[in-house]
Design a protein around this ligand. Structure first.
Ligand code: ZN
Length: 400
């Protein structure tokens, strides 16, 4: 038996006026998911425990079978694992986003946050900016590390777990009320604007119609994580296929192999087919029992508030990931179970994550059950199956 999780980040949503009351899942043409729905188990699962914030960190730990209440120690430490940054038990790590803030206002506090991802800045451009931040913000006990695209890392030695605001939660708002209370962190953010706003890379970006990466934004404080090995827990050899450092870090922590796919970039134009092919190869030729294929695109499009792009992301996942994996596995002699789900909803109108349960679809290649006409929020909800502790869904996938 082989097991596949197709994790469509942020795919679930809410009914939209612009779509005549449909959600983006309902509006997307997704023949593979919908035909599987007819013979699969559908239901809802709460991936984020009450009292925790609905991030891709807590939610993906849950999907992978780790109770976030037990295993979660912050988001950025998981990303630190993925980029190979060794953390001491006394270190506190922070996500350092490269963001876009408005330029008109003179005072930093009065600026408005426009884009949490600086138009998904390229890793090459971001590395250069981060080098200059390192030089300009040099301080005893603070260390910057370059990650991917707009996602980078700050380690504070003997630091404090300060509460900070995720930038994607306050898009369009004045930043003054959301800045760190800690003076050093605040000063570094203010200074980052002085360093970055005049940077040649940002001048070029603006000339090309792209949002400048003109400020650092710290959030997601955490301490060194300790996850149990997935293989020891389940007896299965597993792999992770994701473009996102957070997921790669969870994989490192859980002892899953990270399979890197060229052209996988976390964006709408990611290499979907390459990810599908890598999953099939891992399962059929490389002896893996379990593959977790994570696609960031629907979440990013939800944050951008783009209905058409989110629909496109869902359609791409349907045809180029799910359809492609199924076609190849069906030709092989392998039996398999496939779990399709988002980690959390990212409704277009809210442009951020919600605590709501997610719809899931569990397909078994050898065991058809009575299903639903389609895989989407309302059909999954209608079944009445609800997992209050979403992290138990993994046991359910792996049991027969
Ligand atoms: Zn998100």
């Amino acid at each position: 038996m082989k097991y596949i999780v197709v994790l469509a980040d942020g795919m679930a949503g809410e009914p939209l006026k612009e779509l005549g009351g449909k959600t983006t899942m309902e509006a997307a043409r997704k023949p593979y998911m919908d035909s599987m729905a007819g013979v699969s188990e559908l239901g809802m699962a709460y991936m984020v425990p009450k009292g925790m914030s609905p991030g891709s960190d807590t939610a993906n730990l849950s999907v992978l079978g780790y109770d976030p209440k037990v295993y979660y120690s912050g988001r950025s430490p998981l990303e630190a694992l993925s980029i190979g940054v060794p953390m001491k038990s006394t270190d506190v790590s922070f996500r350092c986003n490269l963001v876009t803030v408005s330029e008109e206002q003179k005072e930093y506090q009065e600026k408005v946050i426009i884009d949490h991802s600086s138009d998904e800045i390229s890793t090459e451009d971001a590395k250069i900016l981060l080098e200059d931040l390192k030089k300009g913000l040099k301080g005893e006990g603070y260390h910057f590390y370059a990650g991917t695209s707009y996602r980078h890392l700050l380690i504070w030695e003997n630091g404090q777990l300060v509460e900070l605001t995720p930038p994607h939660d306050i898009l369009g708002k004045t930043i003054g009320g959301y800045l760190p209370k800690d003076e050093v962190l605040l000063e570094m953010m203010e200074k980052s604007y002085a360093i970055l706003s005049q940077h040649p890379i940002n001048k070029t970006r603006k000339a090309n119609g792209l949002n400048p990466a003109n400020s650092a934004w710290f959030w997601g404080a955490g301490t060194r994580p300790a996850l149990d090995s997935f293989e020891e827990k389940t007896g299965l050899k597993g792999a992770m296929i994701s473009a996102v450092d957070l997921l790669k870090g969870i994989a490192v922590g859980a002892g899953l192999t990270n399979i890197l796919v060229p052209g996988a970039n976390g964006g709408l134009d990611t290499n979907y087919e390459g990810k599908a092919d890598a999953a099939v190869k891992a399962l059929l030729r490389e002896n893996y029992d379990f593959v977790y294929v994570h696609i960031e695109a629907p979440d990013e499009m939800g944050h951008q508030g783009s209905i058409q792009k989110k629909i496109k992301a869902i359609e791409n996942i349907d045809g180029q990931i799910i359809g492609r994996i199924r076609e190849r596995l069906d030709k092989s002699a392998e039996e398999y179970r496939m779990l399709v789900l988002p980690d959390h909803p990212t409704p277009i109108a809210r442009r951020t994550h919600t605590m709501d349960p997610v719809p899931y679809l569990l397909f078994d290649s050898k065991k058809a059950v009575e299903g639903q006409s389609a895989y989407q929020e309302n059909t999954a909800n209608k079944t009445g199956t609800v997992w209050e502790d979403g992290y138990r869904l993994m046991e359910h996938l792996l049991s027969r």
